[in-house]
Design a protein around this ligand. Structure first.
Ligand code: ZN
Length: 339
């Protein structure tokens, strides 16, 4: 079960609770057509949703002593799923990362659901992230979600339930994916990256969301993180804010706001408790030490977090000029540190 192809097909250790609940519903024939898979960013919800889709389509599921029913990996349906070419399996996601799922995509989905299955009689649709559907797309989905034609399951994947319209939520059965323990997260990441020696840091900074840790490693986000922390240090030793903001221009703004926020949280904990062992971003000790040595008032740190959250809200609604935002954040930061 440990080669790469297979690991795409099976739920992971920490998915057991949700998987068991689903199998129970399936056994009693209570599994709804609309399924909502939710949980903390990076816990592997999409991995879980795919494993579930493969199971639903599989002709002869095998029984595992720990996880219960699993897709067999050998029937025609499983072979097609492994190859990513199953005609009755559809994944709907934004055409561009971070953008909306358009109403036309939902119309195509509706069409797919209305067609007869080409293989086993069942069809599976995954919508991820489901909260990327805007009001029009969500409304276009309602009827299909309520009464999909044929034996179809629609699996909606989302970080937070509250980000979905109530009319969507009320038509689904919910399954929460809990985060792994620290141990489970490190085992997963060690298997994935045997050559890395920063697994403990990855587990901590991804807040036990190992798939988020994977994103950090594989999408260059760790480099963004270093560049941000270096910039915060440099501005206090006199480097110009404009120059640093320029060097940050390739960094995704929402990602930057997220990092700054969790660092400030760490700084508040450190300033209030003088306990460095409670700091999550332990690898950024230079930055933490600098803040500590400047005896920043925690009230200012709280205020800075508020500003970050205001900018986040504005960023989601519109597209502010990134460099101007970075410049402003750096100026505020410099002031706060009395530099
Ligand atoms: Zn199978």
């Amino acid at each position: 079960m440990d080669d790469v192809t297979h690991s795409l097909l099976y739920p992971l250790d920490w998915h057991k609770t949700a998987w068991s609940a689903l199998l129970e519903a399936l056994k009693k024939d209570h599994l709804a057509h609309g399924l909502l898979i939710y949980g903390h960013h990076g816990v592997g919800k999409m991995h879980f949703a795919k494993a579930l889709g493969y199971l639903l389509l599989c002709d002869q599921p095998q029984v595992d002593s720990v996880l219960g029913s699993l897709p067999c990996g050998q029937c025609n349906n499983c072979m097609l799923n492994k190859a990513g070419t199953h005609p009755d399996f559809l994944v709907v996601e934004p055409e561009e990362q971070g953008k909306a799922i358009k109403v036309d995509q939902v119309r195509e989905l509706n069409h797919f659901v209305s067609q007869t299955s080409q293989m086993s009689g069942k069809k599976v649709v995954i919508i991820e992230p489901a909260d990327a559907m805007n009001i029009n797309s969500s409304n276009a989905l309602l009827k299909t979600l309520e009464e999909p034609s044929g034996d179809t399951h629609l699996i909606l994947v989302v970080d937070s339930l509250s980000s979905l319209m109530a009319t969507i939520r009320s038509r689904c059965q919910y399954y929460e994916i809990l985060p792994p323990t620290k141990e489970q997260a490190s085992v997963f990441l060690r298997d994935l990256y045997p050559e890395r020696n920063d697994i403990d840091v990855l587990v901590k900074i991804s807040e036990q969301g190992p798939f988020y840790a994977k994103e950090l490693v594989e999408q260059g986000k760790l480099e963004w993180r270093s560049s941000l922390s270096q910039g915060l240090m440099d501005v206090c030793s006199g480097k110009s804010t404009v120059e640093i903001a320029e060097s940050w221009k390739s960094i995704d703004l929402l990602e930057a706001l997220h990092w700054l926020d969790i660092w400030i949280r760490d700084m508040i904990v450190m300033v209030m408790t003088q306990d460095k062992s409670r700091v999550k971003n332990a690898d950024l000790s230079d930055l933490m030490t600098m803040v500590e040595s400047r005896q920043v008032d925690p009230r200012f740190l709280h205020r800075y977090r508020e500003v970050l959250s205001e900018i986040e809200e504005a960023t989601i609604k519109s597209h502010p000029n990134k460099q101007l935002v970075y410049d402003r954040l750096l100026i505020d930061w410099k002031k706060m540190l009395g530099a």
